[in-house]
Ligand binder design. Sequence first.
Ligand SMILES: Nc1ncnc2c1ncn2[C@@H]1O[C@H](COP(=O)(O)OP(=O)(O)O)[C@@H](O)[C@H]1O
Ligand SMILES: [Mg+2]
Length: 339
Amino acid sequence: MSANNDIVLRVENLRTYFETDGGIVRAVDGVTFSVKRGKTLALVGESGCGKSVTAYSILRLIQKPGKIISGRIMLHADEQESIDILSLSEKSDELYDIRGGKVSMIFQEPMTALSPVHTVGNQICEAILLHQDVSRARAREIAIKALGDVGIPSPQKRIDIYPHEISGGMRQRVVIAMALVCRPQLLIADEPTTALDVTIQAQIIHLIKERQRDLSMAVMLITHDLGVVAQSADDVAVMYLGRIVEQADIRDLMKTPRHPYTMGLLKSLPSLSNRHKRLPSISGSVPSPAEIPTGCPFHPRCPYCVKGLCDTAAAPELTSLDSKHSVACLRANDSELKL
Ligand SMILES: Nc1ncnc2c1ncn2[C@@H]1O[C@H](COP(=O)(O)OP(=O)(O)O)[C@@H](O)[C@H]1O
Ligand SMILES: [Mg+2]
């Protein structure tokens, strides 16, 4: 099937809800997207939009009271093999093969992925031994090479240190080494640089790009920062309140955004004249997904909202403008909407 050749992950109409005392939290509410083989899809949106819940759903890591309500997640690991992730049983070997094997994930805070009581080397070796049939001595060689590949100097010495003995930036390099040691087809990087300072952030993004090229792997980069996206994505999906509101290739999205939410995110990027200050240009904050506004979910914060249309009609569906650009806005074709 030709789709398998260029698409590594296809998510269709995914809904993940949390049943809480305060009501049903519709964290992910009908999300559809594809990640192309070897390419980077950025998933962007403010905090609380459902990015992490989407990522956790892909690896089936959603814990109670959360539940995947509906949808389909297909992993086309290679041209021959397609796995329907939501149909796998909780304890199946296939699911273990996927987690950390075919699909790897790195998180915002490197210490959540590392144990403080084991050396860096032992942790990477464990990850290797879990998925590869090699001896411990061979795993150690692979681990040393992996540490060198992520730019850790003198890896043969550093392999025996503990995570607390190195800086945050170096720890995130270790986490990346561990995530990539089984050569995944897809890396999900959930805010991988948010906890790091700005100069280190750029280095880590650069490192992910470099390793992506070497391993021909796809990356799903989750971030609240369109600045990071501009440096590294091929395609972008903008998420708001559990839905994708705009999807495009990076050039179209940066040049001709069509959703007022995307425009707001772009406007809050620091410009050359305003390098250090981000302008908060989207008014208000993300409402709770337990109380999603009727009509277009963005309408209470939207400067282009038309009363009687945007607040009353059904939530707009993601609609194609052309083959590379879709948007979910009732006024997407209105020339009044511009950056
Ligand atoms: N265990 C949980 N119980 C209840 N609500 C949750 C839980 N986990 C996440 N949520 C809610 O789901 C929404 C999306 O969260 P998340 O995916 O973490 O957002 P993002 O990663 O975009 O910042 C948020 O409103 C969050 O409060
Ligand atoms: Mg998150």
